[in-house]
Design a protein around this ligand. Structure first.
Ligand SMILES: O=C(O)CCC(=O)C(=O)O
Ligand SMILES: [Fe+2]
Length: 373
């Protein structure tokens, strides 16, 4: 089923022809002590995460999920696909699918630029949540992966807990809010996000008093990540007060937006029942916080339809020369195909969504009077 993109208009240009993004205002989350908002932001401050119910209307969430099933069924092969059929669990194997890792993540193949990922990025209820958290209307958005964790996959290694934070321990302040738009019913057996409630508030102390002296830390492939060892988890247990640092499986419905402070320890689980987990990772940050180098990388990712991680300023862009490997050691036959099925039809560098400007990449963005690209 075709999903019409949400209504958008172009952001207005300044007299100089550029777009000047508004930086975060005084009500950015964690900018002041004792903030009270009376909405999901209070949950983030207290717990490190929140669920925004129905951020995407149910009928649209269902249409995005349907688009993802159809994507798998017709994958890259002019409608014929690799033989995956949603109603036939015997086809839930790597031979019939794009490469999806044991965590359910699929990146590459241009999936980050398919119509459903772009549609979700433009959902007003999703954008609105991030605009509130950062107290600015001017945002940039990530080109992050999708999660298509199918039940009963025996051809993948077990998805063991991988508790981590997604930001550099040396930068202890609130910097990033991560987001997941959930698209299928997601109960106790359906896999999904597990968070350590309230532990974002202990993060600075943890790194100062514990991780700084760790002898055998978990390997970090990027500075913007930290993995917890058993000893680190024990520290959290001992230092969390009542109902703090309890590990919680976030249950949610199609269309719910899950957000968490990147300092909140978290991981995901795979489905153990009969149902798939479908979700997209979607994350925004103030455009004014991006540097010129960030925007150039982001522009490159946009033009080559490559994926990023959750960082909207394109801290990491997927290397398109890196082959997508199956478990049997072979390379997926579609590994190098980075083009989405349809070219991304965003002629402009940004759009206005319910009064908020979301920039895809940096062409017209001006920061402090200087045109960046
Ligand atoms: O899939 C999830 O629920 C979380 C994955 C994760 O760790 C992340 O997106 O940073
Ligand atoms: Fe993460």
């Amino acid at each position: 089923m075709a999903i019409d993109p949400p209504q958008t208009t172009r952001p207005s240009k300044t007299a100089g022809g550029g777009l000047t993004p508004k930086p975060s205002g005084p009500n950015k989350l964690f900018a002041q002590p004792d903030q009270k908002f009376g909405d999901f932001r209070d949950d983030i401050i207290r717990d490190g995460y929140a669920v925004i119910k129905g951020a995407v209307p149910r009928d649209r969430a269902d249409a995005y999920a349907e688009a993802m099933w159809a994507y798998l069924e017709t994958f890259k092969n002019k409608g014929k696909g690799l033989g995956f059929k949603r109603d036939d669990p015997s086809t839930y194997t790597e031979k019939h699918l794009p490469v999806i890792n044991e965590k359910g993540m699929c990146s590459g193949y241009g999936v980050n630029h398919e119509d459903f990922t772009w549609g979700i990025r433009q959902e007003p209820g999703v954008v609105e949540a991030f605009a509130k958290v950062f107290d600015t209307d001017d945002l940039i958005v990530s080109f992050d992966a999708v999660n298509m964790a199918l039940p009963g996959r025996k051809d993948l290694p077990a998805n063991k807990p991988w508790p981590h934070q997604d930001q550099d321990p040396a930068k202890p302040e609130f910097r990033c809010l991560q987001g997941i738009v959930n698209l299928l019913p997601n109960g106790a057996q359906d896999g999904g996000l597990i968070v350590c409630r309230g532990a974002h508030r202990l993060s600075e102390q943890f790194h100062r008093e514990f991780s700084a002296f760790e002898k055998d830390p978990v390997f970090r492939w990027t500075q913007e990540w930290y993995g917890f060892t058993e000893a680190g988890l024990q520290w959290l247990k001992e230092h969390g007060g009542h109902a703090q640092c309890e590990w919680v499986k976030v249950e949610c419905e199609p269309g719910d937006l899950l957000v968490w402070d990147s300092r909140t320890p978290h991981y995901n689980l795979s489905p153990t029942g009969d149902h798939a987990r479908f979700a997209t990772y979607t994350c925004y940050m103030p455009a004014a916080d991006a540097s010129q180098a960030d925007l150039e990388r982001k522009k490159g990712a946009f033009e080559q339809t490559l994926g990023t991680t959750h960082w909207p300023n394109a801290v990491h862009v997927r290397d398109h020369n890196q082959p997508l490997k199956r478990q049997d050691g072979s390379t997926c036959p579609y590994s190098g195909e980075n083009a989405p099925r349809k070219p991304v039809s965003l002629a402009e560098r940004g759009v206005q969504i319910d009064g908020h400007s979301v920039y895809w990449c940096g062409d017209d963005i001006v920061v402090a009077g200087e045109k960046l690209l």
